[in-house]
Each structure stands twice: as structure tokens, then as C-alpha cells.
Design a protein. Structure first.
Length: 294
């Protein structure tokens, strides 16, 4: 008998409201092992991000969908004033633990961490999002977890809210996977992950769900080797699934520019390098940098 239910996330994970795909705790634990700590971030990524923030004079940074807080920790260590938010308390607990362990450091004592379920897709997103920030960033394609009702209204609202948080002269850094390539070939680009140097990944299977002959969702099934999870403390295998809305480059670029009312400078990078549509290299990620104009 064929299972008629298409599971968009691992079992035990919340499905109502803004999807918390780590709510069972186990997926959050495996993800924390998968991405590692600040030392697991690639040197290229760290140098690029720090250079960008300093180039634009950004001191106050809002890390949206911060997950375990690995980027926030890196920025706090580098002297930035950081506030970190995530919809999953199971993910955020790793950031809170690090903050508590280093609370005697004034920089970490001032580091703000918040749980904000559903705020980005609310018409009234709350006081935290009414402040103006020198830089706002969403990395790892986290915004692609937002639910899709068929008209992208949730995505448009979230992006408008995000754009409103950026001060004049500030920047938004937001990325997504190369869904153009995934939808064209059915597979993820062959390059290495540009963000972290994880050696735990054993397999990632890519699937594309279409509705009325239109791409509606991309799911990634991760098989990760977890130290000490097997019998007698041997490495064990853990599997979990994450789901994403497949934002293509051209359409997402238009969504971003609309969110800023056209008052922005916009550049696109492919794996941290200037991107040209005719180039031979196929990037794994597209990174959008938008500077808000007065």
C-alpha cells in the first residue's frame, strides 16, 4: 500500500504556524553537531562577512533565524553588538548555554537572544522588529522555511518586515540555495558547503514536490554520522528531513527589490564571488546583499 501522506519534516516535529522543524529536540541536537562551532565556519565565509559589515560601518546586527547561534557567537567575539532570534527554543538553547557559560565577558553579557515564533509573518511583528539595525541577516536559506499558500503572500510580508528593520545605509544579507539548478536537474550542485566544514555528512538526498506541474517544495533528507550514538558508544547514523520553498534567482530578486520599494542597491554573489548568469561555475548558494537607500 502506498503512503498517501507526504511528510515535509521529521516525525515529532511541529507542523502548525511557522514550521519549527527542530521542535523534537533530536533534530536540533544533530544539527548542532552537523554545523559545529565557530571553528567550523569556513575561513572564506568568516572573512567575507566581517569584511562586509565593517565596510558598511555596521555595529548593531540582528541575526534572524540564528539557530544554534554559531554566527552570532562569532560576531560577538569580533566586537559587534548582536541580537539573535529564532522560532525554535530547541535550537536557541545552544546559544543561551554559550551566553551563560561566557556571561562574565561583558560582550556576551549584553548579547540578546530571543524566541520569536511567527513574528516575521505577522502584520504586527513586535517591538524587537520595530528597531532599526545596521545589518540584518538570514543565512542558510532559513526564510525558505516560511509556509507557502500559493500566492507567496507570507514571503512578501516577511520580506517587507525584514526590509523595515534595516536602517538607512544599512544592509540586508539573505541567501538561498541554487534552486534554479535543483529544479533543472533534480540534484543539488556538486560543490562543497560554503558555510561550514562538517565531516559528519554521509548523504543528502534531494527531492522536488510539484503541485499542478509547478515546483512547490524541495526536501533534503540528511544522513549524518553522530559520534557515540550507536551501540557501545560507536558512531551511529541519524536521519532527518528539512523542507524549503524553491526560490529561483530572478523571482526572489524581484521580491527583495519590491520589499525595499526599489530604494536599495542590490548585488548577487554565488558562493561569495560576484555572480554572472553566463559563468561556468555552478554556485551552491546565491547571496543577496541589499543596501538600504534613504
Amino acid at each position: 500500500m502506498v503512503d498517501s501522506v507526504y511528510r515535509t519534516r521529521s516525525l515529532g516535529v511541529a507542523a502548525e504556524g511557522l514550521p519549527d522543524q527542530y521542535a523534537d529536540g533530536e533534530a536540533a541536537r544533530v544539527w548542532q553537531l552537523y554545523i559545529g562551532d565557530t571553528s567550523s565556519r569556513t575561513a572564506e565565509y568568516k572573512a567575507w562577512l566581517l569584511g562586509l559589515l565593517r565596510q558598511h560601518g555596521c555595529q548593531r546586527v540582528l541575526d534572524v533565524a540564528c539557530g544554534t547561534g554559531v554566527d552570532s557567537i562569532m560576531l560577538v567575539e569580533e566586537g559587534f553588538n548582536v541580537t539573535s532570534v529564532d522560532a525554535s527554543d530547541k535550537m536557541l538553547k545552544y546559544a543561551l548555554k554559550e551566553r551563560w557559560n561566557r556571561r562574565h565577558d561583558p560582550a556576551f553579557d549584553k548579547w540578546g537572544t530571543w524566541v520569536q515564533p511567527g513574528a516575521l509573518t505577522s502584520l504586527y511583528p513586535g517591538l524587537l522588529y520595530q528597531l532599526w539595525w545596521g545589518a540584518v541577516f538570514l543565512k542558510g536559506g532559513n526564510h525558505c522555511h516560511f509556509p507557502e499558500k500559493g500566492d507567496q503572500s507570507e514571503h512578501r510580508l516577511a520580506l517587507r518586515n525584514i526590509a523595515s528593520m534595516v536602517r538607512s545605509g544599512g544592509v540586508l544579507v539573505i541567501d538561498h540555495r541554487n534552486y534554479d539548478h535543483i529544479l533543472r536537474t533534480g540534484c543539488a550542485p556538486p560543490g562543497k558547503n560554503i558555510y561550514y566544514k562538517s565531516d559528519l555528512t554521509k548523504d543528502i538526498t534531494t527531492s522536488v514536490l510539484t503541485v499542478n506541474n509547478k515546483a512547490h517544495m524541495v526536501t533534503l533528507d540528511y544522513t549524518v554520522q553522530v559520534p557515540g550514538a550507536g551501540q557501545s558508544g560507536s558512531p551511529g547514523l541519524s536521519k532527518f528531513r528539512l523542507s524549503y520553498y524553491p526560490h529561483c534567482l530572478a523571482s526572489f530578486t524581484e521580491l527583495l527589490r519590491t520589499a525595499f520599494g526599489g530604494k536599495c542597491q542590490h548585488s548577487v554573489l554565488g558562493d561569495f564571488k560576484p555572480y554572472k548568469p553566463v559563468q561556468a561555475y555552478i554556485p551552491c548558494y546565491f547571496i543577496h546583499v541589499l543596501k538600504k537607500m534613504a
